[in-house]
Design a protein around this ligand. Structure first.
Ligand code: GTP
Ligand code: MG
Length: 296
């Protein structure tokens, strides 16, 4: 690209479950943000850089918009508000499978109030019929009055992502390389480990259990046999949830540990060993001290 270097913070805004984290992982090329079929998978802001020729877009993956119910969701919604008020551009993401609703309108209004350029992304084209995709494109265009482009994509299969990537520099101001030398994220090893262990648990658990889970990293060290050793605790809120997470004869926690270990080995490029424990911590979602310690 000709001219000055372009860079900026690009918020990924959308209702829960539209595929924001899937898109952040796909565009940055590393799976660091937890993805699951459960709404409210993302709890903290995660910055993930997309590197281009003469530009850099720092995607800010954030929780989906929601009405707060407890201390945790209050902090999650504050993260959404703070991010939208303080970024250079936004990707407003819709799910082509669903009609535009109040949550989408609320997000579009925040983006308009922030006065930032926006790209509309209509996701899940792989699982939607052409009529639904066309409707979502039209609704997205009327939702965000000042949009620069509308991109139908599948964050899952990669369809449409090259065109979206090529359009990113157009919403970026002039700026420095915030993430130099190909660096992708602002997340510490502890944060990456907690996120991917929680993901491994979320995709295997149902009902209220996913919302009651948090992961605390006790230790990360060099392993004696080479690689990295992670010691972590899965927190739940009740004894019955602990039983579910441990599983029959420890089968569930072993399965979670195996999946998380593989995901971390890929993310870090180091052989990773994982010691996982399950502990009950009642009402941690309303415990301010605990939420601070968990980095919420
Ligand atoms: N078929 C299909 N599924 C997708 C696509 N993108 C994401 N998904 C699925 O949608 C679900 C939610 O994806 P996430 O990336 O966790 O969604 P999110 O918007 O980050 O959700 P929250 O963090 O809860 O707000 C997961 O089961 C994904 O596999 C897509 O393009 N096509
Ligand atoms: Mg997410």
């Amino acid at each position: 690209m000709n001219g000055a270097y372009r860079s900026g913070m690009v918020a990924l805004a959308g209702r829960p479950n539209v595929g924001k984290s899937t898109l952040a992982n796909a565009l940055s090329g590393v799976h660091l943000a937890a993805v699951s079929p459960r709404p409210q998978t993302t709890r903290r802001r995660i910055a993930m850089a997309v590197h281009g020729d003469g530009w850099q877009a720092v995607l800010l993956d954030i929780p989906g918009f929601q009405t707060p119910r407890d201390g945790l969701t209050r902090r999650m919604q504050a993260t959404v508000d703070d991010t939208l008020a303080d970024c250079d551009a936004a990707i407003v993401m819709l799910n082509a499978q669903e009609a535009v609703g109040a949550g989408d309108r609320f997000i579009a209004e925040r983006v308009r109030a922030a006065g930032i350029p926006a790209i509309v992304v209509v996701n899940k084209t792989d699982a939607s019929d052409p009529g639904a995709i066309a409707r979502a494109i039209a609704q997205g265009a009327s939702l965000v009055p000042d949009f620069r482009a509308v991109h139908p994509v599948s964050a899952l299969t990669g369809e449409g992502l090259d065109a979206l990537r090529a359009g990113l520099p157009e919403v970026l101001p002039e700026g420095p390389a915030y993430f130099p030398g190909g660096l992708v994220t602002d997340q510490t090893p502890e944060e990456v480990a907690a996120e991917l262990i929680r993901e491994a648990a979320l995709v295997r658990l149902r009902d209220e259990v996913p919302h009651s889970i948090a992961v605390q990293i006790e230790d990360i060290s060099a392993s004696r046999g080479g690689g990295v050793r992670v010691e972590a605790v899965v927190l739940v809120e009740t004894d019955s949830q602990k039983g579910i997470v441990v599983g029959k004869g420890g089968a569930m926690i072993r399965e979670i540990g195996t999946a998380a270990r593989r995901a971390l080995t890929v993310a870090w490029g180091y052989e990773t060993h994982l010691d996982l424990f399950v502990r009950v911590r009642r009402r941690w979602r309303d415990d301010d001290g605990m939420l601070d310690r968990l980095g919420m």
